[in-house]
Design a protein around this ligand. Structure first.
Ligand SMILES: Cc1cc2nc3c(=O)[nH]c(=O)nc-3n(C[C@H](O)[C@H](O)[C@H](O)COP(=O)(O)OP(=O)(O)OC[C@H]3O[C@@H](n4cnc5c(N)ncnc54)[C@H](O)[C@@H]3O)c2cc1C
Length: 446
């Protein structure tokens, strides 16, 4: 990017400028401000604001603890002790209790309304000393030569221009992928493609007792549904479908299309008897991508600003916050111990690629009949079930020795696939057809 030589006289200065106040940006801002860096976080919206992505993973909890917001999140969260899978091709419901994962110290997570959750995180960043500016959109960043940092230009809701000079920039702009778009390093995922339609419902039939907050995944012919019970009594329901299916909506109103889609999944429809849709439905697509780089001179990409694949394992918020923890260590090192920066950036790069790699192997296969059978009839042979549960819990960063058991699970998957060669071939062909791009939506909302 060409440096902007017109430096306004009222340009402000900070050590780290964070673009975006979602889970990644607010976490990184809090951690860096706590370490004494001058941090400015710029968010285009104003909190509280709606955001999709309401199911957290057990691996989120230690991060919330370290951030000092565990009690606040507990107060707004619905306890989630298990993930349930319901398949029209099987006659039972499969329940995975997080307490049965390899590491027994993370037996639950929370379902949260993101308006409340994200607000807790951004207020925490301010409390820890970051300057937080909401209602202000970053529209230009120019990196200066050498170690001189960057010039950042933003515009407030009332049209006022503001500028900063920062030593380091963290791009946490989510699926807007601010820097990746500018540097043209964002790549559509060739191996995956799906779209989502979702809304909140009141008076949905929930499980009893401790199981009331479990997430349920319902498979159906065109993809799968999420069922996420929230603490305010509402339930978030979303269909994640192949793009061709959303295209069949044609001009049908989205509310009607979502209800018609739910009707294709009788087990879910049963739970919605007497329920009412209480939010406007939304649709989104084109969200499976990865950037070719995780960082550059004086900047890092965090959370969705680097990659997003698919919501099926509810991994987005945990990966965003995890990237912020590693990112904050990396920036601290770059600014305070530049001699060690190269090694820190290498560690950051490695860490950013772990999550998408671990989850994508399962994501690409989750609608495959072999994988569905393994999920619906799990066995703890060679501790495979515990390892699978650790993945479902988000425990994928190498602290728990699940590697050999996951390898055995993958071996079993490939073995069964070979034994059922014809079915495997048909599933492979179907998938190839299903992930084709049909320009069904482009992040639309209506
Ligand atoms: C259909 C769907 C369902 C999902 N379900 C789940 C789930 O159940 N569980 C889960 O963990 N994850 C889920 N996710 C993923 C999750 O939503 C994201 O991974 C997570 O929000 C990423 O956090 P982030 O901080 O990187 O980005 P975001 O949360 O998107 O935050 C980015 C912020 O940057 C701001 N911003 C953008 N551009 C600018 C700019 N130029 N200037 C200033 N501010 C800017 C935005 O307003 C936003 O507040 C789902 C995703 C989808 C698409």
């Amino acid at each position: 990017m060409k440096p902007n030589v017109d430096t306004p006289s009222d340009m402000r200065e900070c050590d780290v400028l964070v673009i975006g106040g979602g889970p990644a940006g607010s976490t990184a801002a809090a951690l860096l401000a706590e370490r004494g860096h001058r941090v400015t976080l710029i968010e285009k919206d104003r909190h509280p604001r709606f955001h999709i992505g309401e199911s957290l993973l057990p691996a989120n909890l230690p991060l919330l603890e370290k951030l000092g917001v565990a009690d606040e999140v507990k107060a707004i969260g619905m306890e989630k002790w298990a993930a349930e899978f319901v398949s029209p091709w099987h006659d039972h419901k499969q329940v995975f209790h997080f307490a049965d994962a390899w590491d027994k110290s993370m037996p639950h997570a929370y379902q949260v309304q993101r308006a409340e959750f994200d607000e807790i995180l951004i207020r925490n960043a301010r409390r820890k000393g970051a300057e937080v500016i909401e209602g202000c959109r970053v529209h230009d960043v120019a990196f200066l030569p050498g170690d001189e940092g960057a010039l950042i230009h933003a515009r407030t809701e009332d049209g006022a221009d503001q500028s900063w000079r920062a030593r380091f920039v963290l791009d946490a702009s989510g699926r807007d992928t601010f820097l990746a778009n500018r540097f043209k390093v964002k790549q559509r995922n060739e191996k995956h493609n799906s779209t989502a339609i979702f809304a909140h419902f009141a008076n949905v039939q929930r499980n009893e007792g401790k199981a009331a907050g479990n997430i349920t995944i319902f498979w159906f012919d065109h993809g799968w549904f999420w069922f996420i019970p929230l603490a305010n009594g509402n339930t978030s329901i979303g269909a994640v479908t192949w793009p061709y299916y959303l295209k069949t909506r044609n001009k049908k109103p989205l509310t009607e299309f979502l209800m018609d889609t739910i009707a294709l999944c009788p087990a879910l429809q049963e739970r919605l008897k007497g329920a009412q849709m209480v939010t406007e439905p939304e649709a989104t697509g084109n969200y499976s991508y990865t950037c070719t780089q995780t960082h550059g001179r004086n900047y890092l990409l965090l959370g969705d600003a680097y990659a997003f694949i698919d919501p099926v394992f509810s991994s987005g918020v945990m990966l965003a916050m995890q990237s912020a923890f590693v990112g904050a260590d990396t920036v601290d090192c770059c600014l305070r111990r530049p001699g060690e920066a190269a090694a820190a950036l290498k560690r950051f790069d490695r860490s950013m690629r772990v999550g998408p790699k671990q989850f994508s192997w399962f994501i690409y296969r989750i609608t495959n009949p072999t994988m569905r059978n393994l999920f619906m009839g799990p066995r703890n042979l060679l501790r495979m079930q515990e390892a699978l549960l650790s993945v479902l819990a988000g425990d994928v960063f190498g602290k728990t020795p699940i590697g050999p058991s996951l390898l055995a699970f993958k071996g079993l998957y490939y073995g069964i696939s070979l034994l059922n060669f014809k079915r495997t071939l048909m599933a492979w062909r179907d998938r190839k057809n299903n992930i084709r791009s049909v320009d069904a939506v482009g992040g639309m909302t209506n």
